[in-house]
Design a protein around this ligand. Sequence first.
Ligand code: FPP
Ligand code: MG
Length: 335
Amino acid sequence: MNPAEHPSFQAVLATVRGKVQNYLDKSDEVIAEVARTAPVGVSERMTKLIARKGKKIRSTILSLIATSSSEPADESRIAHACAGIELLHLASLVHDDIIDETTMRRGERTAHVEWGNKVAVLIGDYILSQAMCSVINEKSREIPLTLSTAANSLIVGEILELDNAGDMNLSRSKYNAIIEGKTAALVEASAKIGAIIAGFDAQRIEACGKLGAHFGLAFQIIDDLLDYGIGATNLDKAKFTDISNGLVTLPLIYYFESVSAEEKTELQNLLKRAAEPGVPEEICKRLETAGAFEKAKETAMQHIADAMEIADSLPMTEHIESLKTFLYSMTERGN
Ligand code: FPP
Ligand code: MG
């Protein structure tokens, strides 16, 4: 593959984000105002957290869909919806980093490393509450409902993941339920909210939700591959956190499905020693040889293809073309 012909995920994201930059900037202003006007103890910390810019994948998808109908786009409405999505995402990451005990996020020290678990939990709670407040004046009741339903799914997905941590026999269906909850639900909500703002009918809103869910599933499967360093370029977080935390993701599920009982036991023993130097690399070697990474990548690609098929059924505006380019670029994601 010639890299010149296939711009990186980051490059495509930057271009596509540029198409809806005004909405994202306005959303940043809404978020900055929330942080600025927060009480002492929260304001400074939240300001620090929001200065660490994320990729804004979810609000880009929301804005692209929201501006893809013939209805005139309402900048403030889109900006507040994006703020709700980004704040919910940020709150979940603050909590996730406590749960996963990770020390780096967006290239910086995580909130709990900086301020301790107790304060970080509460900062996450404040941000979650403000996510819901961002859409409180929304004229469609469906939008706050969709956002809070997504929050519930994130929590349930995360609990399911914890309840199954260390289960070496995790099934594919359970893995899917985990990633549907912890990741796909928020992208689904973003696409759905975009579709509601666009004024689409119920069937199309549902289809956009599915598009977001497929994209979210692909995103998480690729994230799980990046955790092994597979396809990674300039990764801004630590590798091998999943195996260190006893989390079984798709490559391991495919590996266990394809090898003998002895090989399975050998790998389980290696996983118990995942913290020792050289062991994660040995685990990677075995998964690579068994084609487990390749198979997980193919599953991610299938979800992208399913999302693309739905995108093809939407009104083919410039922004939906951009959305399609972006969906496709996920196949090149390296961080
Ligand atoms: C990242 O997964 C985690 C999530 C996307 C969701 C986390 C959800 C919660 C902690 C529960 C909900 C919390 C709130 C405040 C609603 P990962 O650990 O696989 O990815 P990573 O490598 O980026 O950490
Ligand atoms: Mg994590």
